[in-house]
Design a protein around this ligand. Sequence first.
Ligand code: ADP
Length: 600
Amino acid sequence: MLKNRKIHKPNQLFLAVADDLYTIRNQIIDTIYLFSCIFGTFAFYSSIIRFTKLGIQPSFLYNCLLFILVWSVFLLRKKISMIWKASIFFILFFMSGVLLNITFTVISGPIHFILVSTLTTLIFGWKLGLVTIGFTIITRSLIAVLYARGILSLQINFNEYALATPALLSTIVGGAFSALVIVFAIDKFYAWLITALNTLKEKNDELAVKNSELVAAIQKAEENDRLKSVFLANMSHEIRTPMNAIIGFSNFLARPNLSQDRRERYSELVQERSYDLLRIIEDILDISKIENRQLKLEFSEIHLDTLLVEIFEYYNLKLKKTDVSKVVLKLEISENIKELAISSDKQRLMQVINNLLDNAIKFTPKGEVVLKAKLGKTDSVIEFSVSDSGIGIPEDKIDIIFDRFRQADESLAARQYGGSGLGLSISKGILELLGGKIWVESEYGKGSTFNFTLPFQKIEVSEKLSKKGDLRNRNWIDKRVLVVEDDLANSEYLVELLYDTKIQVSKAMTANEVRKLLKNKQKPDIVLMDIRLPDESGIVLTKEIKKQYPKVIVVAQTAYASKEDQQECIDAGCSDFITKPIDQENLLNVIESLLNSGQQ
Ligand code: ADP
């Protein structure tokens, strides 16, 4: 049967086997019914013969009824209802118990037994089958005994042979035995079939569950694949756009007769786009750190009002520079958090607020953006919100925008706002680490409000953080710096950053060059040490220098920004570190404070 089937998937194969078993079961039952009908017909036929010889007898009527009944059951079996079943049972039971026992023929006895018990068992199960047989045996025996004792007299013609006691007994015993065997066999077969089918059904259910899990996994993989392609296309766009400006304007800057105005504008654009590029790279690193649970927080003292005002001023300035911007920025800080100093990760908190403000401004072609902060109900939570009157988010996209790489508008062709789809998932990851949560309320076409909470520990207000040092006239003409950097462009960049301070500069690109310079007694006051050199680790070189000249200040300059990397630099003897890309003000501040602290 299976041979002719088409190729099935595994779960379909089980279904097919189950189908086949059902078919076999039905065929067996059909066959049994058919046999019952043949027996019934045979009994009917024998009654007719007897009728021609003996005239009407109860057995004739009974056989007629049985004949009609078995054939009706056979034909109607598939659609049989409970009422039908009940009526058939009643007739069978009644007849087998009363009418059947009025006649005693050698052949019809076992046949009736088989018929009645088989039909009853098939329709109602083995228990009622046995009851029927029991009842038949008892009534038959009773009638036989009553008749033998002359208590019961039958007014009809009987076959003498059939009334003989041994024949009667053999009829009863033979009929009962064969009926029992049949009932038992049918029942066993049923039990086996049902167990087999149940096991199959369980297996099939298990397979169906696994199958639906598999389908879900495949769909997820396909979705991830699609998201990856969208992400790569986005990334390519996001990286190439600032690169295009950086390369293009850098080329323009090389032109000899460029007006001062243009030179300044181009430099500004190169700088801005470089920071855009840096942010994308940092976003990618952040999301991978968040996913690998490697993002470490660095707690420090934060004066919230100062921080929020600084952010607000920065964005206001940025908006003013953009001629096309029609966005008004507002800041609302509740009284109870002014003067509040908390301990949290300042950089990460700023990153979250910046992400939300960037988005709010980006998705608001015209209108206002409001940054709010207030103390939460529990007093140990600050509630922030960034609301805008921009394009809003469709309801069905609200849940996905916090997933990495997901954007409300994912159709590449229709995207007009750019972005990598990472900002919100990074913000969510950061806030989870800080113990807070983020959510959005939005109405499509009307605007959005991103809320987030930040649990905090209040700290006693220390000296207010000194505001960024003003650009001073630094003159370090009597000092010498050794720039250790293997990348020529970066080395020249450092020299350029230090140019105005008039500090004397020596340069080395390898550890060996450093060793040669030190041998020639060119002892610097300060070393700007690249941690990754081609011939030696900057850490090892720092240890060597500090061993030889403990008073030389070493400042690590590194692209590795993790806390562990920074600690490694300090352990090796570095006095401080600056991370690449190097900010001029930061570099000069660090050098100045080290030179002033007399660490030489
Ligand atoms: P990106 O802005 O780089 O696409 P984000 O993770 O920051 O990535 O944001 C994911 C998406 O959420 C955005 O692409 C945008 O569809 C939607 N979104 C975020 N902020 C806003 C907002 N203020 N108004 C409307 N849509 C927003």
